[in-house]
Design a protein around this ligand. Structure first.
Ligand code: KG4
Ligand code: ZN
Length: 364
């Protein structure tokens, strides 16, 4: 059966995500419509340690996962019998955390006699862009081409900037689940830089949302931090120099008794990150000849990044797409969206599926 014919059948995916500190399950119809999206966050538990503690994460996943899955089915008003396939994140991530989701998915798939589809976590983040933003149908049959229009559907090929706590990649999404990586970070991931700077200025964990919030009252040009370029690799990123510059600025201020203006510092740091991300993404889309640009991953919910991307895309005649914030940070709906397209391609995993903590993008 061709993809078009397959797309017309109803496919319900029960998806499970447990790669880091969110225990999540969702039911997704035909890759785009989210029937339920349940997330049990462990953030409060890890905050006291200033970051995710792997052993605590896996123990908490074990405690929560059955309840989270039961809630996802209940909210979607379906039973296991209605589900077509089970999708699960099997890498990359924390091995002990991933294992809980993988073991659970295998057990359910085996008991309910459903196909098992293992999903790459980052492929899931990208697929968050396929989730329909508004459930209502667009008036009329023809799809409007305005990004703001509820009827607009993002389809490959497009360029995608993936920015999360562990990853910073610039990729061309050639087709569903097919990626060409054209840029990556040489050191810290964008989210990691946010988290480290937030910790240094005393904003706590997780830092991204705290910096985003603090920066709203600050001047993004108060401190001119360096913009690093990677020689010979126009699409690669480097954030460790910027992070060190912020730490030096803080130390210098402390030593000289100067008061640190947290909003100004947050806004200036954020502005430097956003400029690096937006500049390379737009340049890549233009140079490789794509007219659609999407963002994905936890940092994609950053308000300054979204505003700057939107502006730059408008100026350069590109269509900009971004997931709702709830689908940017870790969730299972995005895994359900990715699993759907993998399912259509025929991806099936056996009972020997294992957690792969350093799974590469594009590997199966
Ligand atoms: O995608 P994600 O939930 O988990 C990973 O797969 O890594 O991303 C988490 C990262 C954290 O570093 C967090 O600080 C960052 O995303 N983040 C943000 C914002 N919300 C989350 N960074 C900047 N601005 C935000 N609003
Ligand atoms: Zn993630």
């Amino acid at each position: 059966m061709g993809r078009k014919a397959m797309e017309e059948k109803e496919v319900l995916i029960l998806a499970i995500e447990s790669s880091c500190d969110e225990t999540a399950a969702a039911v997704v119809r035909n890759g785009r419509e989210v029937l339920s999206n349940v997330i049990a966050s462990q953030i409060a538990l890890h905050t006291q340690f200033g970051g995710v503690v792997p052993e605590i994460a896996s123990r908490k996943h074990m405690e929560q996962i059955n309840q989270v899955i039961a809630s996802a089915l209940k909210e979607a008003k379906v039973t296991l019998a209605d589900i077509t396939a089970i999708g699960v994140t099997y890498g990359p991530g924390l091995v002990g955390a991933l294992l809980v989701g993988v073991a659970e998915a295998k057990a359910i798939a085996y008991a309910a006699k459903k196909p098992l589809v293992g999903v790459h976590h980052i492929e899931g983040h990208v697929a968050a862009n396929f989730i329909t933003r508004y459930p209502q149908k667009h008036a009329g049959d023809t799809l409007c081409q305005m990004t703001e229009c509820p009827g607009w559907r993002l389809e490959p090929p497009f360029v995608c900037l993936i920015v999360s706590g562990g990853h910073t990649h610039l990729v061309i999404v050639k087709d569903y689940g097919e990626f060409e990586i054209i840029g990556r970070t040489r050191d810290d991931a964008a989210g990691e830089a946010f988290d480290k700077v937030a910790r240094a200025v005393g904003l706590g964990y997780p830092g991204g949302p705290k910096i985003d919030q603090a920066a709203r009252g600050g001047n993004p040009h108060a401190v001119e931090f360096p913009r690093a370029k990677v020689a010979g690799s126009p699409y690669d990123f480097s954030f460790s120099g910027l992070k060190s510059a912020v730490l030096n600025h803080i130390n210098h201020a402390r030593m000289t008794g100067e008061e640190i203006c947290v909003p100004d510092l947050a806004a200036s740091f954020q502005n430097a990150v956003v400029e690096a991300l937006v500049g390379r993404s737009v340049q890549a889309a233009k140079e490789y000849g794509y007219d659609k640009l999407a963002i994905a991953g936890g940092v994609a919910s950053n308000s300054a990044l979204r505003a700057a991307m939107d502006r730059a895309c408008k100026e350069n005649g590109l269509r900009f797409h971004y997931p709702e914030p709830i689908f940017c940070t870790d969730n299972a709906a995005m895994i359900g969206a990715a699993a759907y397209y993998e399912y259509l391609k025929g991806t099936r995993h056996g009972w020997d599926l294992n957690a792969v903590p350093s799974l590469k993008l594009g590997e199966h």
